[in-house]
Design a protein around this ligand. Structure first.
Ligand SMILES: [Zn+2]
Length: 269
């Protein structure tokens, strides 16, 4: 029960303070994003433990580094606040994982919730890296549903480079997790991380291409995933208004967590 240990709380506070300062200094996330990710990080640290936090930190640091590289080389014209993540992004990518880590700390089925946690993190990590690295692809991406060429940044757009980036991230996560944890056998960690990550990022693209809301700007005529553009309300084209990019990310992490649970319950023992 790591959350009952005072030393764990002090360690979490110390580590998170360092990350908090670095995040402020390098503008990884906006202030709402920093506060939300500190809460998420703290809960994961004290209820899950160091191994859980290491997976989260890997996701966080590698994602922000690639976001910075990508923003420097190509701006995503879809998004004004490009490269600086807010609280919605943190909840969408880390909400399911946080619940899994808290459940792991409170329950007697710790290895089960550890797998669910890994599944949610893998999905968010693979999708974030695929998006950021995919935007560096020199050719036009294609929509995952009909494989037609679309503009970079279109919801549901995929590239071979993005998939490779996602796979590379999952490989790093598998290696680091295998080194530090003793709950699950290494092959189980690998199967969980790769399956949840690949299914999660594919579901994210499929939902992005289908049910996610899309708008057209009434001023400049551009297609956008935001209901506002050029300072005005944009015209709703298709998809459900309630389903934005954050909702899609959240559902994808839930699917990643479910894949991990299914693997642990029915495929391995
Ligand atoms: Zn516009």
């Amino acid at each position: 029960m790591t959350y009952l240990d005072l030393f764990t709380h002090l360690e979490a506070l110390a580590v998170l303070t360092v990350i908090f300062i670095l995040s402020l200094r390098f503008r990884f996330v906006d202030i709402g994003g920093i506060i939300t990710s500190s809460i998420v990080g703290y809960l994961i640290y004290v209820f899950g433990g160091r191994e859980y936090f290491l997976a989260l930190l890997t996701f966080y640091l590698i994602s922000v580094v690639f976001t910075k590289i990508r923003v420097r080389r190509v701006k995503n014209l879809q998004n004004k606040e490009d490269g600086v993540r807010g609280w919605r992004n943190v909840i969408a990518n880390g909400g399911v994982a946080t619940v899994a880590a808290v459940m792991a700390g409170l329950s007697t089925h710790e290895e089960l919730f550890f797998a669910v946690y890994l599944g949610a993190i893998s999905s968010a990590f693979a999708d974030t890296l695929a998006t950021e690295i995919g935007l560096l692809y020199p050719k036009m991406p294609r929509l995952i549903t009909n494989m037609k060429e679309v503009k970079p940044g279109t919801p549901g757009a995929v590239t071979p480079l993005g998939y490779l980036g996602g796979l590379a991230g999952l490989t790093i996560l598998t290696l680091l997790t295998s080194l530090v944890q003793k709950r699950l056998p290494v092959n189980e960690v690998a199967v969980t991380v790769y399956s949840s990550g690949l299914v999660g990022m594919t579901i994210d693209s499929l939902l992005g291409a289908s049910i996610q809301a899309k708008y057209r700007c009434t001023v400049c005529g551009k297609l956008t995933e935001s209901p506002h553009h050029c300072g005005k309300s944009a015209e709703h084209l298709k998809g459900f208004k309630l389903i934005d990019t954050h909702t899609v990310n959240f559902i994808a992490t839930l699917v990643g967590a479910t894949v991990a649970l299914t693997i642990l319950r029915y495929i391995s023992y």
